[in-house]
Design a binder for this molecule. Sequence first.
Ligand code: GDP
Length: 301
Amino acid sequence: MGFFDKIRSGLQKTKENISETLDSVLSVFRKVDEETLEELEDALILSDIGAQTAAETIDELRERAKRQSIETKEELVEALCQILTEKMTPNDGLHLNTHPSVILVIGVNGVGKTTTIGKLGQKLTAQGKKVLFAAADTFRAAAADQLTVWADRCGADIVRHSEGADPAAVVFDAISAAKARGVDVVICDTAGRLHNKTNLMNELAKINRVIDRELPQADKETLLVLDAVTGQNALSQAEQFNQAATLTGLVLTKLDGTAKGGIAINISARLGVPVKFIGVGETADDLLEFDAGQFVQAFFE
Ligand code: GDP
């Protein structure tokens, strides 16, 4: 399956949801009038684009319709796609040019953090990079076990300590091992206890201090993993994590399981942080590099 087809099939539920509402608007479309704009706004809100982002999008569409002729359904969809694409922060990919570089993966439990790390490991090893996982979610023994399975599967190394160990110590050892073994990318799992707990945020700060001290010049990505199925809740998680860490990118998982794929547009628009990957299934190939233009197009086709 081609890349675009994969996005489209991953977004199947969202498309069905939005198409149903849009079709009824578009099938009778004659001109951009207030009634059409209102119905379009409702359709966008239904897909979880969020009231504010939907309102901004419709305002821009109204302005655009004054400047350029939007007379056909195709022209309307094209204008809408352009506006929505521009609302998202462009994805400039992962910056991993130093050896080693570090990816810190954060997010609450169950969002798909470990799976995403496994999939990322698979992607990077397939590019010929030497990858090491740091199992710094020492809160749950199962997390390190799960990560070990992914490490074996994709040929990554792993550094793990026993349950309850200091996560920052795991990261310290992982960085030492990475330096000694000539590793290209260290991917750190972290515990996902509730984001509003100060101890989790303190733990993240401590891990960051270790990384910054041991690898002061290294490229570092901090990816927040969010479960798209949780809709607006994912947005509030994103807002809270964004205050506690300097996020360089978002990963939106389980888009295959939701009709509310518009949440990707909303979160990126509201936070000003790029979505770097989307998860559209449970296997290693189901992590797609995010392209705002293609995503929005898949939404409507
Ligand atoms: P963690 O607690 O954040 O580490 O979450 P896990 O990586 O253990 O994932 C929780 C569940 O979500 C697992 O059953 C994964 O297989 C599943 N999962 C993760 N990403 C995706 C995705 O993109 N699509 C689907 N359908 N399931 C996913």
